[in-house]
Design a binder for this molecule. Structure first.
Ligand code: IMP
Length: 427
């Protein structure tokens, strides 16, 4: 297969995308993050060492691949510089490989403060955010007052924009939360310093992608979060603030919708969710707890426990159909080794008009209907050949293919690259 491809989560994030992106990034000449910020947490195991990336594309550890951050990403400079420092011992030549769009909006200290005050306040509907300032940063972008990286390169422009922002936030902080005023000078100095540090890494990311494609080189687009957390397509309002479904790639990276040749949707063999919001297939008993333990289901970014549930073929099929997903990658099948029976949700019943509630992804009243598959009751951890999978495990993934209407092209049976079954060698 030639051309650009994308790897993104089709559930509520934490599907194991980091490993798959890292595994497939050998087949690409560049990887590009195009939405979200350091609310993401991608765990990679490289030479037995665990690495958690929040903002940098997972290709950063590959010597010959470029790492691109497109304009749809909101950047916390503190988080970015800290991550670069941590990754430096395993990733060579970061400053030459990393290219960042100067159109990216910057997460400011007042965004983080606002996110935290809002989540703690009783007057707002809290949704369990990562408290990283992501929502307020995107609010500023849509309100057309965001400080973008380009603004930090001119003291005059930065001062004008910051004045407007700080007077706006001071009003809210003081009147709504009784909080002290922001320190204009300190925030301005920090932005100017950050601009200087970012400057050598700035590039026209969309032009870089076109240049790579003209040279017949491939770009891998790396999604963060998952499609059910997409602000338009997810379980609103319990969502993040960006378009994390495939629809966000074009605007966030600066390419055309036809420039993506293959979209691999990553799904876990069950589902998890961190934070608030409906999850129709949630398992509220010891089975759910055991899945959480076996799967190490603790948030990579916030350390919060993840809620576990059965695989939900209804929501995944909806996301596949509304996003032209090409194929699935099924991860963490080995976590289900201990189960006698495994459920899959095949339909929802709504108490009111199903069509309207489905379109809004309002799943509060959705009652799941299940089929039950036989468990394989043996360890499949680390298996990398399809012939070695037990019959019940094959029946399980084939059932998912049938219910979702597309093929499973990759199966992951362990956190490291060795535990990967490639069913479509042409990716
Ligand atoms: P925010 O992105 O910090 O605004 O959080 C909004 C919602 O998205 C919360 O429910 C978070 O737990 C969830 N969320 C954000 N990033 C991730 C992620 O990378 N994995 C899973 N959930 C996430």
């Amino acid at each position: 297969m030639k051309g650009n491809f994308a790897v993104l989560g089709l559930q509520w994030g934490d599907e194991g995308k980091g490993k798959i992106v890292n595994f497939l990034s050998d087949r690409a000449n560049a990887a590009c993050r195009y939405q979200g910020g350091h609310n993401a947490g991608h765990t990679l195991i490289i030479d037995g060492k665990k690495i958690v990336l929040h903002l940098l594309p997972s290709s950063i550890c590959h010597e010959n691949a470029l790492s691109l951050i497109g304009k749809g990403v909101v950047i916390s400079c503190d988080a970015l510089f800290e991550e670069i420092k941590q990754i430096e011992p395993v990733a060579k030549n970061i400053s030459q490989k990393l290219k960042i769009s100067p159109a990216c909006s910057l997460i400011q200290p007042y965004h983080i403060l606002f996110d935290q005050l809002k989540e703690k306040s009783n007057s707002f509907n809290t949704i369990g955010t990562t408290l990283r300032g992501i929502g307020p940063a995107y609010e500023d972008k849509v309100a057309r007052r965001a400080i973008r990286i380009i603004d930090t390169l001119s003291e005059k422009k930065l001062s004008e924009k910051l004045e407007e922002n700080i007077s706006y936030y001071d009003f809210w902080l003081e009147k709504y939360f009784g909080h002290s005023k922001l320190d204009f000078q300190a925030i301005k100095d920090e932005n100017l310093k950050n601009g200087e540090k970012l400057k050598p890494m700035l590039a026209d990311v969309s032009a870089e992608i076109r240049k790579l494609n003209r040279e017949n080189k491939r770009v891998l687009f790396e999604g963060a979060q998952g499609a059910l957390l997409d602000v338009d397509q997810g379980t609103y309002p319990y969502v993040t603030s960006s378009n994390c479904s495939p629809a966000g790639i074009a605007s966030g990276a600066g390419i055309g919708p036809h420039d993506i040749d293959y979209i691999l949707g990553v799904v876990k063999a069950y589902v998890t969710r961190v934070g608030e919001g409906p999850m129709p297939t949630e398992i509220d008993d010891e089975v759910g707890e055991k899945i959480a333990i076996e799967g190490g289901e603790v948030g990579a970014t916030t350390g919060r426990p993840r809620r576990c549930g059965w695989f939900d073929a209804v929501s995944v099929k909806r996301v596949i159909e509304s996003n032209s997903v090409s194929a699935l990658c099924l991860t963490k099948m080995d976590v289900l080794d201990f189960l006698d029976e495994i459920k899959i949700c095949v339909d929802y019943r709504f108490t009111e008009d199903a069509e309207i509630f489905s379109e809004c992804m309002d799943l509060e009243t959705a009652q799941p209907e299940y089929i039950t598959c036989k468990g394989w009751k043996q360890s499949i951890k680390g298996i990398n050949k399809i012939e070695e999978l037990p019959k019940e495990a094959i029946d399980f993934y084939r059932k998912i293919e049938e219910l979702c209407g597309i093929s499973v092209d990759v199966i992951s049976t362990a956190p490291d690259d060795a535990g990967t079954i490639m069913l479509n060698q042409s990716i």
